[in-house]
Write a protein that binds this ligand. Structure first.
Ligand code: PA5
Ligand code: MN
Length: 189
C-alpha cells in the first residue's frame, strides 16, 4: 500500500531529527570500554555524564528488499585525544552495506574490514556520501567544533551487531594530532 506516512518523512539537518522517529540517546556511560584512554574516560565520567550522540531511525517495512534509514547527531568533544564517537558496529547480516550522507559539521568514519582488519578513515561532511561496504565495521566521530549530523540508509534486515566490537574494539583509534584527525593502531598507542 502506498501510504504517504511511510513514503515521506522530513529531517532537520541542524537539529538531527527525523519526523516520526524517536531519538535514542547515548551518553558517555553507554560508551564504557570504547575510548582508548581509560583514565581520561573515568575522570570525565566522574565529573558528568554528557550526551555524546543521538540516533533516530525510520523503519517503514521489514520485507526482503526494504530499506531503513536513520539520522545521527554527534556532539563535539574529546576524551583524552580521542573524539566523541559512536559505539560502532558490524551489521548482523554481514553482507549489508550502508550509505552515510553528511549533513552538517565535520566528521570522520573509521572503517574496518572484518576479515583482514584493514582500516581506513573517510571524511563525513556536508555534500559528501560515504559508502560502507558489507562485512565492514563502522564508527563515526565528530572531529569539528559544532554538532555533526548525517543520514544513514541500510537494508531493513541489516541488524546491528555491537557485541563483536565490544569484545575487541576497533583495531585502530582516531586521535587529534596538531589539530587534525589521525588514525593509529591501538596497540601502538
Ligand atoms: O545504522 C547506522 O550505521 C547508523 O545509523 C548508526 O546506528 C549511528 O551512527 C549510531 O552508531 P551506533 O549504532 O554504532 O551506536
Ligand atoms: Mn550501520
Amino acid at each position: 500500500m502506498l501510504d504517504l506516512k511511510s513514503l515521506l518523512s522530513n529531517y532537520d539537518p541542524k537539529a538531527g531529527t527525523l519526523l516520526g522517529a524517536v531519538p535514542v540517546e547515548r551518553t558517555l556511560r553507554d560508551l564504557q570500554g570504547c575510548f582508548a584512554d581509560r583514565a581520561a574516560y573515568e575522570t570525565a565520567l566522574a565529573q558528568s555524564n554528557p550526551l555524546l550522540y543521538t540516533v533516530a531511525a525510520v523503519e517503514p517495512a521489514r520485507g526482503e528488499g526494504d530499506l531503513h534509514y536513520g539520522i545521527g547527531k554527534i556532539m563535539p568533544g574529546k576524551i583524552g585525544d580521542e573524539y566523541y564517537m559512536t559505539k560502532g558496529h558490524l551489521h548482523s547480516w554481514r553482507p549489508a552495506a550502508e550509505f552515510y550522507f553528511g549533513l552538517t559539521g565535520d566528521g570522520v568514519m573509521l572503517l574496518e574490514d572484518e576479515a583482514s582488519g584493514e582500516s581506513k578513515i573517510v571524511p563525513l561532511q556536508p555534500n559528501g556520501v560515504v559508502y560502507v561496504p558489507g562485512h565492514t565495521a563502522h564508527r563515526t566521530m565528530n572531529v569539528g567544533a559544532t554538532p555533526l549530523t548525517y543520514l544513514g540508509v541500510y537494508p531493513a534486515n541489516a541488524g546491528h551487531d555491537y557485541s563483536t566490537i565490544a569484545k575487541t574494539n576497533f583495531r585502530c583509534v582516531v586521535i587529534e594530532r596538531d589539530g587534525k584527525p589521525v588514525m593509529m593502531e591501538r596497540k601502538k598507542l
